[in-house]
Design a protein around this ligand. Sequence first.
Ligand code: COD
Ligand code: ZN
Ligand code: ZN
Length: 377
Amino acid sequence: METCGKVIKCRAAVAWGPHKLLSIEDVEVAPPKAHEVRVKILAAGICRTDDHVIEGAMGGINFPVILGHEGAGVVESVGEGVTDIKPGDKVIPLCIPQCGKCSSCLHPETNCCFKTHSKEPQNLMPDKSTRFTCNGMQVNHFLWNSTFSEYTVIPEDAVAKIDADMPLDKACLFGCGFSTGYGAAVNTAKVQPGSTCAVFGLGGVGLSVVIGCKAAGASRIIGVDINQGKFEKAKQFGATECINPRDYDMPVQEVLLEMTGGEGVAYSFECIGNIDVMKAALEACHIGYGTSVIVGGAPAGAEISFSPMLLFTGRTWKGSIFGGWKSKECIPRLVSDYMAKKFNLDGLVTHTLPFDKINEGFELLRSGQSIRTVLTF
Ligand code: COD
Ligand code: ZN
Ligand code: ZN
């Protein structure tokens, strides 16, 4: 391509500091260095985690930063040593990389690669420099993705090549929301056919948990949300009942125990990032074999206290990052499953907006009106 090896000037949404609107700016995007890929982003979803950064609730982030971690696009050029991806390939940036070499990547049971943000902030590329500048100032990367930019540079360990026929306005959801929720049900909890599940929080992630529970054959899926505007969609995706904790004068875990004959649910999922709800989700689980999965990321520094009797009596408490998928190898297969119509996630996209209306997209999320807004470039 004629841009190969050159700096590209394009537009990006820059977050200059917490609690500020994103600003569409002209930025320069440097060519990819060795083992990096430069991607032309064509679609990007807005996830609550991007909003957590704007609200100042996520640790380890340096401003100015280009957010976005739910995108899809086409490779423009690759750096030296990249062998599995070439210009023109359709790709999804991965918010959890798979380096393939660390002890987690080599362990069969986890996807928590040592190159993730939780181990080392991914504000900079692996060589500790940035590929973005704006008005002469260096701009940080986000989770090595920065999909709110017409072009972005990503380490090869955080890019998955996908089927050339996959529509990119749906592919972007595999970069975070859908994969996170669906995988929490099928990989982390390993929901069994005929079981009862409770899903706390019916945003894009929680609804994807519902899709996963249904695909796994759960017979009862109880959706829990304080916004009943989410219930209709949850039922379309497979929830059998939905409850609003605010409609009851007892704690939601007691409501769930009552709904299950005093027994509790086999699987519960917290998809909000609220530590009180995490505890309620554990308490709503069946004694002896109930499993509760924490999917939502709690605010930086948050801590929980709970009765150890809950675990002593056989419940299991687990966390799930990015649905447990070993990202680079599993996401292309998950995309192929979508193409083979093994599940449908199209209803997760409630709004589509041009990229320059990104702040409207965040407003739709904050006001509870949208599940996913997909920005098109
Ligand atoms: N009780 C019940 N429902 C509630 C409550 C409550 N106390 N508080 C909020 N809710 C509902 C809201 O009404 C909303 O419907 C839903 O919870 C949350 O949905 P969204 O649309 O705000 O958020 P999502 O679905 O886009 O994402 C939520 C997460 C918390 C999962 C996400 O922000 C997160 O923390 N992800 C980190 C985990 C991870 O793996 N990240 C990878 C990169 S994101
Ligand atoms: Zn690794
Ligand atoms: Zn996300």
